[in-house]
Design a protein around this ligand. Structure first.
Ligand SMILES: [Zn+2]
Length: 354
């Protein structure tokens, strides 16, 4: 059964901020209920996160927009002439265009198959401008691309990751909003960890971890945000990043088998999360959508018993005068993550946007 492990400890020292009185600071250690990955919640970091997350520099962002717009290959005047085309033997016309979203290959290949998906003509969006409609059109392009690739390479195991970096502080090299989709025989590391542990959980408990997670969170009412149609939304118990929100797509293993309703529900929820971020002065974010590898339909039916597709969305530091990064040696080299906010305290704030 699902175990939400947490331990509280205290650090004690003479604190110059309180006239060198002996003061305690609470730290909490949590373990992800599936992977066992550590998350540390240091009480003292709450003040520090306000510095990172609460002061986006409008001037600097405006300068970045102005300096990058003229040369942006994703803006409407250049997107058809300066971005690459897919092999037309696999994808007719070399680009995938659905409802204003356009998919084309990543000009810098990381994997065998990749698509960059641009879904707005605007060079920059505030996070409250990522509407469900534009996200939905991007997700449809992503699904379409997986269909083309699976059809062309039908006997090759296909792993799939959809993700987004928005703005430089989230790892993007181009300001213009876009998603990235990768399909590969490479079994993306964290995806693999989720699959292995989901299978172990199923073998031990004869139950689907993701279904159990939703039901446990619904009963506890501490982190469960709510359902949007075919999807379930919650604040992660042991987040990988700041303000992390998780989405679980019920009974589905990969974007290629998502229905229109799945895509609409994800788009609505993601738009809600980004509105919540915007309200809290966040300007930068990442998300990743995890999937099962595709070998055959029968194989997927087997995997579906223990693994469902899910997504994690995290806020990233704002672009500010003094560049700050929330990825330091502890999360980057030790793989212990930090959450400056207690997930349970986040629930009320996020729920207002659902
Ligand atoms: Zn642009």
């Amino acid at each position: 059964m699902i175990e939400f492990k947490k331990i509280k400890k205290y650090a004690e020292f003479h604190n110059p901020m309180y006239n060198f009185e002996l003061k305690k600071q609470k730290v909490e250690f949590r373990e992800d209920p599936l992977t066992g990955q550590n998350c540390i919640i240091p009480e003292s970091l709450l003040d520090k996160v306000k510095i990172i997350m609460n002061k986006p520099s409008k001037n600097i962002i405006q300068n970045i927009i102005e300096n990058t717009q003229a040369g942006c290959p994703f803006c409407p005047d250049k997107i058809m002439t300066q971005t690459p085309n897919f092999d037309e033997k696999i994808i007719p016309n070399g680009k995938i265009q659905i409802d204003g979203a356009i998919g084309f290959p990543n000009i810098f290949s990381f994997f065998e198959h990749s698509a960059v998906i641009v879904f707005t003509e605007k060079h920059f969006l505030n996070l409250d401008e990522f509407s469900p409609d534009i996200i939905y059109s991007a997700l449809k392009v992503a699904r379409e691309y997986t269909h083309y690739i699976l059809k062309e390479y039908e006997n090759v195991e296909c792993n799939c990751i959809l993700g987004c970096n928005y703005l430089y502080s989230a790892g993007s090299t181009i300001v213009h909003p876009h998603f990235q989709l990768y399909l590969s025989e490479n079994n993306f590391y964290y995806n693999k960890i989720l699959l292995i542990n989901s299978k172990k959980y199923f073998e031990k408990n004869k139950k689907n971890f993701w279904d159990d997670l939703i039901n446990s969170e619904k009963n506890l009412k501490e982190r469960y945000i709510g359902a949007i149609g075919t999807t379930e939304w919650l604040v992660s118990f042991a987040p990988l990043g700041v303000y992390e929100i998780q989405c679980i797509v019920k009974n589905k293993t990969c974007i290629h088998e998502f229905t229109d309703n799945n895509l609409k529900d994800i788009a609505q929820g993601l738009s809600n999360v980004l509105k919540f971020y915007h309200k809290n002065k966040v300007t930068s974010f990442n998300f990743a959508l995890y999937s099962a590898p595709y070998k055959s339909k029968d194989n997927l039916d087997e995997i579906r018993k223990y693994f469902w597709s899910s997504m994690r969305i995290i806020a990233r530091p704002n672009i500010s005068k003094i560049p700050l990064n929330d990825v330091w040696f502890l999360p980057r080299l030790i793989y212990d993550n930090i959450s400056p906010v207690e997930p349970e305290k986040l629930l009320q704030k996020v729920q207002d946007f659902f």
